[in-house]
Unconditional design. Structure first.
Length: 173
């Protein structure tokens, strides 16, 4: 019944023939109030759930050759040969990234070969990182493997913002 009422709401032309064709009064009266009730109640929960989308997932059988850019969150379980830019980046235990990582929050469980830049960087016990890390805060768990240099900066994402925003350049000078 609900899918029919949604179709009827979408296409007003299809709603009129359905009301005229059936001759059973109880069916029409039961289906008539349902669209108005579900129409007013359905959009509210749908819109309130949209502001926080779920993270994108790159599965373990996926290999990407090229850059990955998102303003949202991403979880990599496969292999990426290119730069990755995101809000929150989680590198899974079986994942490999060969390129630069730029994100507000970076959690590394797998292998990264390349520079890591983030406001918060966390290397878990299963992490394997070969490259420099530029961060505002960092946490390295016991057992993590790291080869490279570590540099703390107030704005570790500043280099990428300079390319796209002239305001970041004036703040730095």
């Amino acid at each position: 019944m609900f899918s029919k009422s949604k179709i009827s709401e979408t296409n007003e032309k299809s709603e009129q023939p359905r009301a005229a064709t059936p001759t059973v009064g109880s069916t029409n009266s039961a289906s008539a109030p349902a669209p108005s009730t579900s129409a007013s109640a359905a959009p509210s929960p749908t819109y309130s759930a949209k502001p926080k989308p779920s993270p994108s997932l790159l599965s373990s059988d996926l290999t990407i050759k090229g850059n990955v850019i998102t303003s949202g969150d991403i979880q990599v379980e496969g292999k990426v040969e290119g730069d990755v830019r995101a809000n929150l980046l989680t590198v899974g235990e079986s994942a490999e990234i060969h390129g630069e990582i730029v994100a507000d929050d970076v959690v590394v469980n797998g292998k990264v070969v390349g520079r890591v830049r983030g406001l918060k960087v966390r290397l878990t016990a299963s992490a394997r990182v070969e490259g420099d890390i530029v961060h505002k805060t960092i946490a390295i768990e016991s057992g993590a493997h790291f080869e490279g240099s570590v540099q703390r900066q107030e704005d570790p994402l500043g280099d990428s913002k300079n390319r796209s925003s002239p305001r970041a350049t004036s703040d730095a000078s």
